[in-house]
Ligand binder design. Structure first.
Ligand code: NI
Length: 174
């Protein structure tokens, strides 16, 4: 396994739309292992392939806390099938936007269709932190970042000088 370099704003690759995987094989499995290695190394709970510069629709997530057993989950070609109207709010960070946390409201539950590590089609329902995390990562596959809904002024400010903020237990890094 290899720890890859995570690309950060304003790298234009982060705005690109990732391509679906047509044939899921060994090179994609290697990429997934590298994504986990890279994510764990950066203390994140989610990482999309585009964040290491690979425009493939693959993402990895592990929301287990450091005292718990690891729970790695990988999603190939994830597609959101359902979103709840009920929402939840988390203060989200992003490994591609260092030291920046933004409160974001998203659907509280979601249903995702995807291919798993064994190449099988699956449907996954989740809520809360996991739901937020998956939505954040799927946004990456579509070239969207958590700063996109801010005013240009704020966005430019963040890109130029990422704010230093105190640690908060509700903050997540994805
Ligand atoms: Ni992110």
């Amino acid at each position: 396994m290899t720890i890859k370099d995570i690309i950060t704003v304003p790298d234009e690759t982060l705005k690109k739309i990732s391509e679906p995987i047509v044939n899921f094989g060994e090179s994609e499995k290697k990429l997934i292992r590298d994504l986990f290695e890279t994510m764990y190394n950066s203390k994140g709970i989610g990482l999309a392939a585009v964040q290491v510069g690979v425009l493939k629709r693959i993402l990895v997530i592990d929301i287990s806390s450091k005292d718990e057993k690891k729970n790695p989950m990988s999603f190939i070609n994830p597609v959101i099938r359902k979103l709840s109207s009920e929402t939840s709010v988390y203060e989200e960070g992003c490994l591609s936007i260092p030291d920046t946390f933004i409160e974001i409201e998203r659907p509280k539950t979601c249903e995702v269709e995807y291919i798993d590590f064994d190449g099988k089609k699956k449907i996954f329902k989740c809520e809360g932190l996991l739901s937020t995390c998956i939505q954040h990562e799927i946004n990456h596959l579509d070239g969207k970042l958590i700063i996109d809904n801010l005013s240009k002024l704020k966005r430019d400010f963040i890109i130029k000088k990422v704010s230093k903020v105190k640690k908060n237990p509700d903050r997540i890094l994805v």
